[in-house]
Design a protein around this ligand. Structure first.
Ligand SMILES: Cc1ncc(C[n+]2csc(CCOP(=O)(O)OP(=O)(O)O)c2C)c(N)n1
Ligand SMILES: [Mg+2]
Length: 566
């Protein structure tokens, strides 16, 4: 059978369509003009970003939100280096993503030609697979593999370099089939062993996290936890795997963990971890579980066999995708849970206490009550609202006080990357325009990728931005006061007028400095975004001394000075 002659760029875009791609993000470059040309007549929406860091974060957020690989196109050296933060995030967060990079042509390769980089070396540690496609007729094969690798086992990023001359070469080649993500499933004997361990336990706890989850898996884990009266916690920044209003949800095991929840994890006699990596942030620096042999009996499900036993030697290690694991757990005959039946309500009460108004705000203790801000947001917005954030102390107002709805209501980088809040929110709103999307961003955070506000305006993405402006890189200042009290260095910020900035981009902006002003400002932002399909920003200006819901910089400094004086 003969196939029509197509250019490399056309073969590539056709392959993307075979694999069901509907949206791609990127910044153009002359290195991949033939792909841009093929996109012109395709069904793929190509979202143009203002910086590759924003594009890569949007693609990563697309992967998190849909479970399908987020597609990103960037140009050589400068574009590829800018995009790396999104690839690193996709790697640490186990998010399916494919980054395509325009590459120097084969005629000049390996001369350190203009903007040339060997991406196999550059991205070696950051991607699941990096390759360069040197022959146009092999594009379908490389793409099929890229989609398989990005979505199978532990999902993650794939990087493909596209030499410029290869893209304009014509070839006669067939398209492939669409990819099929592959996941292992538990053996019946492993579930039987887990059941025996559960029947022997007194203080079991379920911990959810990682990639591969879908709505059915989330429903199945509810069935399993209810049937066995199990308390359920979520790993760092995987807080939306169980509706936080569900009676069995007892909190997130992340940075600034509720101390009573930390104690429950430490004192559990059986920990059933479904999907998380049990990384540094989820284990409070490998303290909640000792490495390599935890004190708790541990059952660890993870999609990648090589992850199991890499840090923690679980008693029972099960290579499985989350859906496969949860389906079998939902079908498992329940055990006698009388030993721990009361735990769920106790732990839930502890979570409620942890989420109550912090004492610092009692009786108007601060002009702007950030706790009240979150309460107003929860009262005004739908349960399926998507909340995004990047890195910074401001994120605690979301993680601790927002009650995340069901799956895919949280977009946040477990990689701890600043700059994620804005592009992930814009990407999410473009992909799911019917959903309400709110970005929580610090002043430092916002300025890392705030230029993607232009993308929001260009594509009619009515995101609500809440900017937590304390005029500093607060997280670093907090550590500074702890380690080097009173010696402020490199952490102060002089900021633009964020409200005016939002207006300059073509959106709406307001400044709020007092608690009573927030609810009306929010109502205006909600109305504006709905009516105009444009972004609205609310800048919260508050005293930077209030660095966490529990502590001020002043108390941290005083405690540190007292400690040093000893
Ligand atoms: C890309 C990147 N650069 C630097 C850091 C280190 N870092 C973590 S939090 C933080 C400060 C965040 O400041 P801001 O967004 O204003 O939030 P705040 O802590 O003040 O609430 C910095 C610099 C990081 N995590 N990511
Ligand atoms: Mg700040």
């Amino acid at each position: 059978m003969t196939h029509p002659s197509r250019s490399g760029g056309q073969i590539l875009v056709d392959a993307l369509q075979v694999h069901g791609v509907d949206t791609a993000f990127g910044v153009p470059g002359e290195s991949y003009l033939d792909v841009l040309d093929a996109l012109h007549d395709s069904h793929i929406r190509f979202i143009i970003n203002r910086q590759e860091g924003g594009a890569a974060f949007m693609a990563e957020a697309y992967g998190k939100l849909t479970g399908k690989p987020g597609i990103c196109f960037v140009t050589r050296g400068p574009g590829a280096t800018n995009a790396s933060i999104g690839v690193h995030t996709a790697y640490q967060d186990s998010t399916p993503m494919i980054l395509f990079i325009g590459q120097v042509g084969g005629d000049f390769m390996d001369r350190e030609a203009f903007q040339e980089i060997d991406y196999r070396r550059m991205y070696g540690q950051m991607a699941k697979w990096v390759a360069q496609i040197d022959r146009a007729e092999r594009i379908p094969e490389y793409l099929a593999r890229a989609f398989q690798v990005a979505t199978s086992g532990r999902p993650g990023p794939v990087v493909l370099a596209l030499p410029e001359d290869m893209l304009v070469t014509h070839a006669q080649v067939a398209d492939t089939r669409a990819y099929q993500p592959v996941q292992a499933a538990p053996a019946a004997s492993q579930i039987a062993q887990l059941r025996t361990m559960l029947a022997q336990a007194q203080k079991p706890l379920l911990l959810l996290g990682g990639g591969t989850w879908n709505a059915q898996a989330c429903a199945d884990i509810v069935t399993f936890s209810e049937a066995n009266a199990l308390p359920v916690a979520c790993a760092f920044r995987f807080q939306d795997l169980l509706d936080n209003d569900h009676p069995h949800y007892i909190g997130d095991v992340g940075i600034g963990i509720n101390p009573t929840l930390a104690a429950r994890v430490r004192e559990a006699d059986l920990l059933i971890a479904i999907g998380p990596r049990l990384g540094e942030m989820t284990t409070s620096g490998y303290a909640l579980l000792e490495a390599p042999v935890p004190r708790q009996r541990l059952v660890h499900f993870h999609p990648a066999p090589e992850e199991l036993g890499s840090v923690y030697q679980a008693e029972l290690m099960i290579a499985s995708g989350a859906p496969q694991a949860c389906a079998m757990l939902a079908a498992m005959a329940p055990v006698d849970a009388s030993a721990w039946r009361g735990t769920v309500a106790e732990a839930k009460a502890e979570l409620r206490a942890w989420q109550a108004q912090p004492p610092v705000f009692k009786d108007g203790g601060a002009p702007l009550d950030l706790w009240q801000v979150v309460q107003e947001l929860m009262a005004a917005l739908p349960r399926d609202t998507i909340i995004t954030n990047g890195a910074g102390n401001y994120a605690t107002w979301a993680h601790r006080f927002w009650r995340y709805g069901a799956m895919r209501t949280q977009l946040a980088p477990t990689s701890g990357a600043m700059g994620y809040a804005v592009p992930s929110a814009v990407g999410a709103k473009i992909v799911a325009p019917e959903r309400t999307v709110v970005a929580f961003a610090g002043d430092g955070e916002f300025m890392m990728t705030g230029q993607e506000l232009a993308t929001a305006v260009q594509y009619g993405a009515g995101v609500i931005f809440i900017v937590f402006n304390n005029s500093m890189f607060g997280t670093i200042r907090m550590h500074q006061e702890r380690e080097y009290p009173g010696r402020v260095s490199g952490t102060q910020l002089h900021n633009p007028d964020f409200a005016a900035l939002a207006q300059a981009y073509g959106g709406q902006g307001e400044i709020v400095e007092a608690t009573a002003d927030f609810a009306p400002a929010l109502a205006r932002a909600v109305a504006y975004t709905a009516e105009h399909k444009l972004p609205a920003l609310i800048e919260l200006r508050y005293d930077g001394n209030l660095i966490t819901p529990n502590a001020t910089l002043e108390t941290i400094r005083k405690n540190a000075e007292a400690g040093k004086a000893k």
